[in-house]
Design a binder for this molecule. Structure first.
Ligand code: SF4
Length: 461
């Protein structure tokens, strides 16, 4: 006979939530690595001792962690899910009957005490500390990269950049526009870049009109990750405008912050060509003594069969290049008191051969067929660039190239598994909050996967 499930008439239940959450549920593992007491301690100075008790900030953080770990970024939906899901209730310490906060609470906390206290960054750094404690970080080699995430802004409601002005942002008077005005001179965020986008979104003016490879242009922010390549732990995360200079600047900010906060400086850094400009390589090699496993941006190679700069040998001692015929190319042939004389605006120096030498040279046709004499330029930080070129010939470079892919895999995970393809929050601070929460979720998932409870129990036994 076909059975039929009837609602039991029993009025009182003996229900233990703990027993109904599967032993291998990911949130059980993540729960081991989230320290609620530390969160409350960080927020304590921002609360008064008087008045009604607030909603527990740990509850809000736990709900946000569920949202980003499980890919539920709508706060309305998150409230519904936490209300209905037993595992989520268990993780939030709500029991069966605890009430779930209203979705509007999230934005109040985000724009209020969380931002004042920098709580999300503190939670993120706590995950990194935990990864260090669990021996998931070697500190030997880091990789850095940026990925574009679509902003919550639409082309239809944008205006041409020439019709845009900070005054228009003041008139718009929304939170994203106010934050945009605050970051106007923040070079690190990329807002002070001379590059002019084609369109500006009125709802989120800091979002950059840009395009990824083979895609249509769209408004986006860039999330920048600095990872340790041992276990792909995210050591730091930074939100910037989707501008190359800002992304390179973010890599330096993250390296400095990681050293200051955790006392870790990598032996080497792997990155793609975008990070291979002279200034960045000079900073890494000369100032920070970090080996750059980064392809050098080099436009000096010729493809027309004539000598490239690499055919000329650098003579450090005499500050000259030696051409393939053995003649010296000098910047000056007499002494000048001004050390910057002869440099162009980019700091490049020109080294010239003597016209009289080149005119009678048997190699002139494959050296400077259309000029009276040959010259080659020397970029600023050329020693660092040359060092990076030599690094590229090593076996360690090949290993680092494979390890660099780990940061790309994290971005793929971010978009495909956590569903962060489009931001929900607007403005620079909205992007910062979302990228921090996503990085917290990824580090917690990493801890849950690589240091599960079963390993801990075995160790304790
Ligand atoms: S053309 Fe001038 S620079 Fe070039 S190989 Fe001859 S002497 Fe040297």
């Amino acid at each position: 006979m076909m059975g039929r499930q009837e609602a039991p008439a029993q009025l009182f239940y003996d229900f233990d939530l703990e027993q109904h959450v599967p032993a291998n549920h990911m949130l059980r593992e993540i729960d081991l690595f989230l320290n609620g007491d530390a969160l409350r301690e960080a927020l304590r100075p921002f609360y008064s001792h008087l008045g009604r008790p607030s909603i527990d900030p740990e509850l809000i953080i736990r709900m946000l962690v569920i949202g980003y770990v499980m890919g539920i970024r709508s706060e309305r939906r998150l409230c519904d899910e936490v209300h209905l899901n037993l595992a989520y209730r268990w993780f939030c310490r709500l029991g069966l009957e605890g009430s779930v906060p209203d979705h509007s609470t999230f934005s109040r906390y985000r724009h209020g005490k969380f931002r004042e206290s920098g709580l999300l960054r503190q939670v993120f750094e706590a995950t990194v500390e935990r990864c260090l404690k669990e021996d998931l970080v070697s500190g030997e080699g880091f990789a850095v990269d940026a990925s574009l995430i679509s902003a919550d802004a639409n082309k239809v409601r944008s205006i041409a950049a020439e019709d845009w002005s900070p005054e228009a942002a003041r008139q718009a008077d929304n939170r994203a526009a106010r934050e945009y005005l605050e970051t106007l001179d923040d070079a690190a965020f990329g807002a002070a870049s001379p590059s002019q986008p084609k369109f500006v979104a009125k709802s989120d003016p800091a979002a950059q009109w840009t395009r990824a490879e083979e895609s249509r242009p769209y408004f986006a922010y860039a999330t920048n990750y600095l990872i340790d390549t041992k276990s792909s732990v995210i050591m730091d995360v930074e939100a910037t405008r989707a501008i190359r200079q800002a992304e390179v600047g973010a890599s330096r900010t993250m390296l400095d912050r990681t050293e200051k906060r955790f006392g870790i400086k990598p032996d080497w850094l792997a990155a793609d060509t975008a990070y291979g400009n002279a200034e960045n390589l000079g900073w890494l090699v000369e100032k920070r003594s970090i080996i750059p496993f980064i392809p050098v941006i080099d436009k000096s190679e010729r493809t027309d069969g004539t000598f490239s700069r690499s055919d000329f040998e650098w003579d450090e001692k005499n500050d000259q290049y030696i051409c393939p015929e053995g003649h010296g190319l000098k910047q000056f042939r007499r002494n000048y008191s001004d050390p910057t004389r002869g440099q162009d605006t980019g700091g490049r120096k020109k080294y010239r051969a003597l016209k009289a030498t080149c005119q009678v040279c048997p190699s002139k046709e494959i050296c400077c067929p259309r000029a009276d004499a040959r010259y080659v330029t020397r970029e600023p930080h050329e020693e660092a660039r040359e060092f990076a070129r030599q690094c590229r010939k090593t076996k360690a470079y090949k290993v680092s190239r494979d390890k660099r892919k780990k940061v790309e895999m994290l971005f793929a995970h971010l978009k495909r598994i956590l569903g962060l393809t489009r931001l929900r929050l607007r403005g620079p601070n909205g992007a910062k909050d979302e990228f921090l929460l996503a990085a917290i979720a990824q580090n917690l998932r990493k801890l849950a996967k690589l240091r599960p409870r079963s390993i801990k129990q075995e160790a304790a036994a």
